[in-house]
Write a protein that binds this ligand. Structure first.
Ligand SMILES: [Zn+2]
Length: 253
């Protein structure tokens, strides 16, 4: 092969490289175009999915609240019924705040609770009544429940007797108002505190939740120390009509 021919081949080769280069660039830009389009679809899908999840939760909440009649919309959260046949709502979440003594409650009841306890000092030898049990986790409720059953068994009761007796004092895990964060057990230094609370708690939005004359409805023995927040309007009406939360909500059975 002569000098001339070799030169010619080289020339053709670089021409070929140039064409391949252009083709390659076209492929890359087309690729990134489709990549972008697909990416946008994926993003839209994700947004749509998130919206659906969000709407789903909202609808569920509204449906849940729609079942409760005769209540001010703004106070609906206060009226969630948790008792022997109504467990805490699914995926229930709560913002907690610590009260004096270390127990925690829903932040929305903190102010009325502290106001009530401060006002009760006068009938408690000047001391602030103590919240001995506020919010409870599922685990906490479970351990209280198990301990109570064990105690009755130790006292000689049969398994079924122990279970029945324990349930009058400690709700089954998942069925305690304490798991909502709106209920408190109050320890007074003087018994007068409990009498004062029965006559005055409604002014702060709290109810004497388990009075002795409603045990057939609440299925809970009288607990003078247990108070539940329901909001001032509902508490006042329950106090004046002498009805419990189940009766107020038309859910007594
Ligand atoms: Zn309690």
């Amino acid at each position: 092969m002569g000098q001339r021919n070799r030169k010619h081949i080289r020339k053709n080769g670089s021409h070929l490289h140039f064409l391949t280069g252009i083709l390659f660039m076209l492929m890359v830009s087309a690729g990134s175009f489709w990549w972008g389009v697909l990416g946008n679809f994926a993003k839209e899908d994700k947004n749509r999915a998130m919206e659906e999840v969000h709407t789903g939760t909202k609808q569920e909440t509204e449906e849940y609240y729609d079942g409760r009649e005769g209540a001010d919309t703004l106070e609906q959260w206060n009226l969630i019924l948790v008792n022997h046949e109504n467990p805490i709502p699914d995926n229930y979440s709560v913002n907690l705040v610590e009260v004096e003594g270390g127990e925690r409650v829903d932040e929305r009841i903190y102010e009325p609770l502290m106001e009530m306890l401060e006002d009760a000092r006068g009938v408690n030898w000047g001391a602030l009544p103590v919240v001995v049990s506020g919010y409870r986790t599922q685990e906490k409720q479970q351990s209280l429940y198990d301990d109570k059953i064990a105690k009755y068994k130790k006292d000689g009761y049969s398994d079924s007797e122990a279970l029945e007796m324990a349930r009058q004092w400690v709700a089954q895990p998942g069925y305690s108002e304490h798991q909502l964060g709106f209920a408190v057990d109050i320890n007074g230094a003087a018994y007068d505190v409990y009498l004062w609370l029965q006559e005055n708690s409604y002014k702060y939005g709290f109810i004497f939740r388990y009075p002795g004359n409603k045990t057939d409805i609440t299925k809970v023995a009288e607990e003078v120390w247990h108070y539940r927040y329901v909001g001032v309007n509902a508490a006042k009406e329950m106090y004046e009509r002498g009805i419990c939360l189940e009766e107020y909500l038309g859910e007594e059975s």
